[in-house]
Design a protein around this ligand. Structure first.
Ligand code: BJ8
Length: 422
């Protein structure tokens, strides 16, 4: 596509390396997604968005920039998109789920850093991510040590603002968090040359809540027995929710949900009745990290819930919509974000309660806890999660892996043994 090539050149991408990435991505997508039987028609929209992930959507961002709008990048669900939208800016997720530029990344972060961090740094250093290159400002956050130190190196390569996320949920932490949300708002107001108005913030809250409501609806429907949609497809939907235009995305997901309802009425499933149902819990799976769901779903099981930031952790709670003044709405935003049960918090017992509840609601036969190698917060919590689930008599398999394909066979053996046992 010649017009995209020019756009990529203008973004200063390494065209050759980028072509290579797209080729691998296309092949991987074909193998993992297009090979599925009985997919819903509404998934065509998602296939289209993914096929144009470095094309049409990036063009939309460039067009928006040319019209004076700002692009904000983020790596974490703590960055409040409501405020970004209230300033007519666009927020995109920059977490990356593929090995690229790893060698270069290891010149600025230690080798024992998780694959997600190495990936976003590698993408930047190899100049292959058009989203990163489109951003006017990238927001980091003090969550895990890996990320917060990596942002020091990343900040030398890109315009950054780092939000301090508290580690506990006491009254003082809420005070700190509100100050950080206000500092984020100030920063974006300066960048955009605009002020957050009550009307625009109300609309921003509604837009993001509507997106969460569509995903909540999807999460309820997918839990039907037999499950009407594959776990891989729902993961893809969650991944795309971080890139796509929020209003268009919400509409498409609601259309897909209508189709799912019809399928449920016909008592049709994507997998035969009695297929073991699993929950995936743990670290976020950034696009195109589809390795583990693919292994699970080709081992005779189906994924019916994702307890992660690219899953229910990002959609479970809504912002209260009753506020009228900017300050009331900022408070409502702070309250909602303080409910995020990321493993970076201590003691984070609410995550245990949420996992137990989700396991019940989605009637799972077992849970696969997934941590990226070298991720301290989630590998630690895997022990707690296992204890909680054992008490609730739900079997759990703990997996630590990264983005490489070297352990696929070994993982498949372990997953198959687990599926057989439950
Ligand atoms: S709110 S989960 S998106 S921080 S995998 S980089 S934790 S070493 S991603 Fe996250 Fe926000 Fe929390 Fe969610 Fe560190 Fe672990 Fe790597 Fe991780």
């Amino acid at each position: 596509e010649p017009s995209y090539r020019e756009m990529w050149e203008n973004l200063n991408l390494d065209i050759e390396a980028h072509d290579g990435l797209l080729e691998v991505l296309g092949k991987f997508y074909g193998d993992i997604y297009m090979s599925q039987q009985g997919r819903l028609q509404g998934m065509e929209y998602l296939d289209f968005v993914l096929s144009e992930v470095h094309g049409l959507r990036v063009k939309e961002l460039i067009d928006a920039k040319n019209a004076g709008r700002k692009i904000i990048g983020s790596f974490c669900v703590f960055v409040p998109e409501e405020i970004t939208l209230a300033l007519d800016a666009i927020q995109v997720g920059l977490c990356a789920g593929a090995d690229a530029g790893t060698e270069a990344a290891e010149t600025v972060v230690p080798r024992n850093t998780c694959a997600l961090i190495k990936s976003f740094i590698g993408f930047k250093m190899a100049r292959i991510c058009p989203y990163t290159e489109s951003c006017d400002l990238i927001i980091g956050e003090t969550t895990c040590d890996g990320k917060k130190k990596a942002y020091e190196a990343f900040g030398e390569m890109a315009p950054m603002h780092v939000m301090e996320v508290p580690q506990r949920k006491e009254a003082d932490d809420r005070v700190l968090w509100k100050a950080e949300v206000l500092r984020f708002k100030d920063k974006l107001e300066k960048l955009t040359g605009k002020k957050v108005s009550a009307a625009a913030l109300k609309k921003g809250i509604k837009t993001v809540n509507d997106k969460r409501r569509a995903l909540q609806r999807l999460n309820v429907l997918r839990a039907a027995d037999p499950t009407p949609i594959s776990g891989r497809d729902v993961l893809l939907i969650n991944q795309i929710s971080f890139y796509d235009d929020p209003v268009r995305f919400t509409q498409s997901i609601n259309t897909l949900c209508d189709q799912i309802e019809e399928r449920i009425d016909r008592n049709e499933g994507i997998a035969p009745a009695k297929t073991p149902r699993l929950m995936l819990a743990g670290c976020p799976m950034a696009v195109p990290n589809w390795k583990l769901p693919y292994i699970i779903e080709s081992s005779g099981a189906v994924v019916v819930s994702e307890e992660s930031c690219i899953g229910t952790r990002n959609t479970r709670d809504l912002v209260d919509e009753s506020g009228e003044t900017v300050d009331e709405m900022i408070d409502a935003i702070c309250d909602r974000y303080m409910k995020i049960d990321c493993a970076c918090f201590t003691p984070n017992n609410e995550r245990m309660e949420n996992i137990k509840k989700l396991a019940e609601e989605t009637k799972v036969d077992g849970v696969i806890h997934y941590s990226l190698m070298f991720c301290q917060p989630y590998t630690h919590e895997a022990f707690k999660v296992e204890k909680t689930l054992t008490q609730a008599q739900v079997p759990m398999l703990s997996i630590e892996t990264d983005y490489s394909m070297e352990d696929v066979e070994q993982l498949k053996t372990r997953v198959e043994a687990f599926v057989e046992m439950i």
